[in-house]
Design a protein around this ligand. Sequence first.
Ligand SMILES: Nc1nc2c(c(=O)[nH]1)N[C@H]1C(S)=C(S)[C@@H](COP(=O)(O)OP(=O)(O)OC[C@H]3O[C@@H](n4cnc5c(=O)[nH]c(N)nc54)[C@H](O)[C@@H]3O)O[C@H]1N2
Ligand SMILES: Nc1nc2c(c(=O)[nH]1)N[C@H]1C(S)=C(S)[C@@H](COP(=O)(O)OP(=O)(O)OC[C@H]3O[C@@H](n4cnc5c(=O)[nH]c(N)nc54)[C@H](O)[C@@H]3O)O[C@H]1N2
Ligand code: SF4
Ligand SMILES: [Mo]
Length: 668
Amino acid sequence: MKREVKRSVCPYDCPDACGLMVETFEGKAIRVTGDPDHPYTKGTLCPKMNHYEKTVHSPERLTHPLLRTGPKGTGEFKAISWDEAMHHIKDHWQKIIAEYGAESILPYSYAGTMGVVQRNIGEAFFHRLGASRLDRTICSSAKGYGWSTVMGSSLAPHPQEVAASDLIILWGTNVLATNIHLLYYVREAKKRGATVWLIETYETPAAQVADKVIIARPGTDGALALGMMNVLVRNHLVDEDFVRQHVQGFESLKEEVLPDYSTEVVSEITGIDSTTIEEMAILYGKAQAPFIVMGSGMSRYGNGAMTVRAISCLPAIVGAWAKTGGGLLSSVGTGGAFAMETITRTDFIKEPTRSVNMNQLGMALQELNNPPIKSMYVYHSNPAVVTPDQNAVIKGLLREDLFTVVHERFMTDTARYADIVLPATSSLEHADIYRSYGHYCVQRAYSVIPPVGEAKSNWDVFRLLAEAMEFKEPFFQQTVDEIINQLIDTPNAWLKGVDMDKLQNGVAVELPLPPNYKTIFKTPSGKIEIFNPREEEPLPRYNTSHGDDAPFWFMNAPGLYSLNSSFNERPDLLEKRKDMYLMMNPRDALNKKLQDKQEVIAYNERGEVTFILDITPKAPVGVVVAEGIFWIKDTPGQRSVNALTSQRLTDKAAASTFYDTKVDVRAK
Ligand SMILES: Nc1nc2c(c(=O)[nH]1)N[C@H]1C(S)=C(S)[C@@H](COP(=O)(O)OP(=O)(O)OC[C@H]3O[C@@H](n4cnc5c(=O)[nH]c(N)nc54)[C@H](O)[C@@H]3O)O[C@H]1N2
Ligand SMILES: Nc1nc2c(c(=O)[nH]1)N[C@H]1C(S)=C(S)[C@@H](COP(=O)(O)OP(=O)(O)OC[C@H]3O[C@@H](n4cnc5c(=O)[nH]c(N)nc54)[C@H](O)[C@@H]3O)O[C@H]1N2
Ligand code: SF4
Ligand SMILES: [Mo]
């Protein structure tokens, strides 16, 4: 066999969706590099994916179906065949359905792979089964809601536009970890003289690219945005022509809302001094083409959707949308490029079924009735560590009467609680098609190596399950390639302008943007809706977040060397992460009489987590920070960060409120 280089796509939940070049030899991936022909990512990868082959061929990969032999959570299993596994599942499910109905079965999935087919196709199976549905709102639904309240389904600016901006605001996003290719274009802008601000709750690694770091009290960015608008009005920096032509409700905002947000009031709320707020607003108003990059950080609070809504009004007021290099990038929505209904098949739902919010899994497993959840099927997600309120989730997973199946690449914390574990392929072993939430490219990927061990892809397992459950629909007979062909053969405006040969050959292609798309506002009024008559609160304002009764805000943000709970299988990356640190300001440490690098416990009413203390001025007074999610076995104690976060939801769109958490800290 000879060495070959084949194209693929990074499957992880990251806005970049990088193009990969995979060198293979004797059925194995031996080297993974970036695809220089990718229009956006242009041949570079992040430190996690530079050695993806170490994930794909990790000695930790699951290679056979497993049956639990010891108590739940101990990780004691024996290997069984796929046939045996399917029999077990079928027997359990048939009994459960006979006694409690199919709604007592709950699918749980999120974004282990972002491939359009492998990520979503399980829904067709569970719709056909009549199982409970899952409200998949752990990530950014409040951010999406806040943005679309103002902007409807308007298109996001092409991310490369940021290079033409003269003032870039990185607002609640740690681009150095989570969006490194955007950073490249931010640096381009800097070379041309642009100024970069970072608005954060602590000094993240992204501070390296910022000319100014503005630290806001957690959850208060909505007040900051309204305060900036107040200053813009006072200083006659509103783009009157743009507002007249393209904005609905500016006068009401100006009269009914903005007077409540004087610089002094906003300074009190946000902890940012008045002069800085004035300066920020004036520079924003005077910039030629200000560009806001909006992360999800400030949306993960009880007031998250409203905060995003207030920030989304800023570019409208200064007319940034009409300027090359100006605007606001929240996330790129190209879902319409693919006919998702052909995959999710909501038409398979025969009778209305209930929906369970994924952020409230702990509560659902322990408290739901009529019917109770008797079985859970987890695929490409790791709820035992990524879902808020870890103690509640684990208590649920420990239930003896809960039949849990986990389809996974690794023995994750969730898999340890399973009754049956099924081995999953990595993205190099299955085919899919990818879009991105950070740029406008789409790319088809073919499998580049055979499955490791007996691993199977999500779709192949759903086909087996459909056979076991005796589903007769031809839908469940299709191969993944047939499904992908159907997706790209369904005509739509997006795909019309695409070079289909390139797409079919696995080369990344960019979806065409309509001319002048940045000033086409896809809202019911055709204008930017600062005043949105369909909302209970038609105008944006600042509402307070949930908080907890404890002294320190607890930031639990993305880490550089992991992606949610993925990449923990990699000793090379774990080593770079060193320990599970809790960052704390020197003044707080002094008050608490705590020493650098000692073991401490962060705690609140939901749980206790052991950390190694990292005393650093990067954490402001009153805020403690833990970056990245560790598997429990790699923590210094018995739990990881989500033992502290809560199941409370956002104001709109029922999203997670990870950062709306407070803790106290003591020595261990
Ligand atoms: N390396 C790496 N990359 C990732 C991920 C990862 O875990 N690691 N996760 C992936 C996923 S699933 C997603 S959704 C994206 C998320 O990517 P981002 O949107 O960049 O990340 P967020 O989790 O939303 O948090 C971003 C920042 O918001 C800050 N923040 C928290 N509260 C506030 C606030 O009230 N105000 C302000 N101004 N800032 C606040 C946090 O300190 C954090 O640094 O990244 C993806 N990429
Ligand atoms: N405290 C705190 N918690 C958070 C966050 C935070 O910032 N702070 N971020 C949240 C966010 S934004 C998100 S999006 C969620 C993400 O949560 P998840 O989507 O659960 O993401 P991962 O932790 O990456 O787990 C994905 C799992 O899927 C497996 N996998 C990968 N590919 C496949 C496949 O093809 N098939 C199958 N069956 N399995 C596969 C991987 O091995 C991995 O264990 O986490 C959330 N949790
Ligand atoms: S994790 Fe993100 S930056 Fe890293 S290779 Fe994948 S898509 Fe690119
Ligand atoms: Mo996410």
